[in-house]
Design a protein around this ligand. Structure first.
Ligand code: NAD
Length: 321
């Protein structure tokens, strides 16, 4: 069995490797060569922790396994470690034997950023110039860094519920050599691409904030009850997702489905666009919305990729098991 510790991931994994892994597993999902197992997420009644498993099997990439982990809200204060904790386990699909144990914290951020980037590559207008960010927390920095590689953006505009956090994303924009401007939500109408990545349970992005022709990737809603954007926006948009089953239950689409504004059969898996079985954006006026809920197969894909890199670089730890 191979171990790739969390401390090695930053040196090994690149944004482009994460992008390729996620794009290819989304394609495999749409062609029915890969499927996610039902998600388990439990409040364990200890340390206010939410713990669970996301798993799946990708027959194309021959990747089988799960990510185990969750959220421990007291970690930082009590133990000096980050609140989100996860570990990915890969198994040999031929024998069921454990193949690898991989640190999942940084990989989660990279695979989530890769998902919105894949959606931008396939759905945003080619002439997109203004990148809009709603959110400025931990994930937002990864999201923006990856998004800026998808189009030659000339400006980043950002809004955050806690304005004091905006320097987090301003720094990323500046590092990429793109000017940054803080705006009110009404100012988001200038954006050609928007990423929302917040933990809100009340919608902040309203339909009026998104202009015709914009691509919006909604990445924060991954739990029942969370909501970043007004349900009416999904009614106006062509809605894409990583996985329809998650989109309508724990994703942004849960609210539009509940309010009968869209139907599950109208939500398109992004993999169909990647595979060319759905045409994706059809006009410059169309609003495309990607509901990125985060699937287990994304975690397995990036973990498999990092194990390969760790072996190549001689840093995978081999143990008898
Ligand atoms: P964080 O705690 O670092 O940042 C939270 C963000 O939400 C900040 O921008 C904060 O200002 C904003 N926010 C908080 N309360 C708000 C409110 N009431 N209204 C509007 N904005 C509010 O968290 P993070 O690690 O950046 O994660 C952000 C979200 O992304 C979380 O909901 C997390 O569960 C989700 N997430 C999704 C995926 C996925 O695959 N889709 C993966 C990882 C995390």
């Amino acid at each position: 069995m191979l171990i790739v510790p969390e401390r090695e991931i930053a040196n090994l994994m690149t944004r482009s490797a994460a992008f390729d892994a996620v794009e290819s597993v989304f394609a495999a999902m749409a062609s029915k060569n890969a499927y996610n197992f039902p998600v388990i997420r439990e409040a364990i009644g200890h340390e206010d922790a939410l713990y669970g498993f996301k798993g799946g099997f990708d027959k194309q990439g021959m990747t089988l396994g799960l990510k185990a982990g969750g959220y421990w809200p007291n970690n930082l204060e009590k133990h000096g470690v980050i609140n989100h904790q996860s570990t990915i386990f890969l198994f040999d699909p031929d024998t069921g034997m454990v193949k690898a144990m991989v640190g999942g914290n940084l990989l989660t951020a990279l695979r989530t950023a890769a998902a919105s980037s894949v959606s931008i590559k396939h759905l945003a207008r080619k002439d997109a110039k203004v990148m809009g960010m709603v959110g400025a927390g931990h994930q937002a920095t990864f999201q923006l860094r990856a998004a800026l590689e998808q189009r030659p953006f000339e400006k980043v505009i950002g809004w955050n519920y806690h304005p004091e956090m905006l320097p987090n994303i301003e720094k990323v924009a500046n590092e990429a050599g793109v000017p940054f401007e803080a705006v009110e939500l009404d100012g988001m109408v200038e954006a050609d691409v928007v990423i929302s990545i917040t933990s809100t349970f009340e919608p902040t992005v309203m339909a009026k904030h998104i202009s015709p022709g914009t691509h919006i990737a909604c990445m924060g809603t991954d739990t029942k009850g969370k909501q970043e954007v007004e349900a009416a926006l999904l009614g106006k948009a062509t809605v894409f997702t990583d996985e329809v089953a998650q989109s309508i239950t724990i994703g942004e689409a849960q609210h539009a489905i509940y309010n009968h504004m869209i139907r599950p059969e109208n939500i398109v898996q992004i993999g169909e666009v990647i595979n060319g079985t759905h045409k994706g954006r059809t006009s410059d006026d169309e609003i495309t919305l990607f509901d990125g809920t985060g699937v287990g197969l994304q975690d397995l894909a990036v973990a498999a990729s990092v194990v390969e890199l760790a072996v190549k670089n001689g840093v995978a730890i081999e143990v008898d098991f």
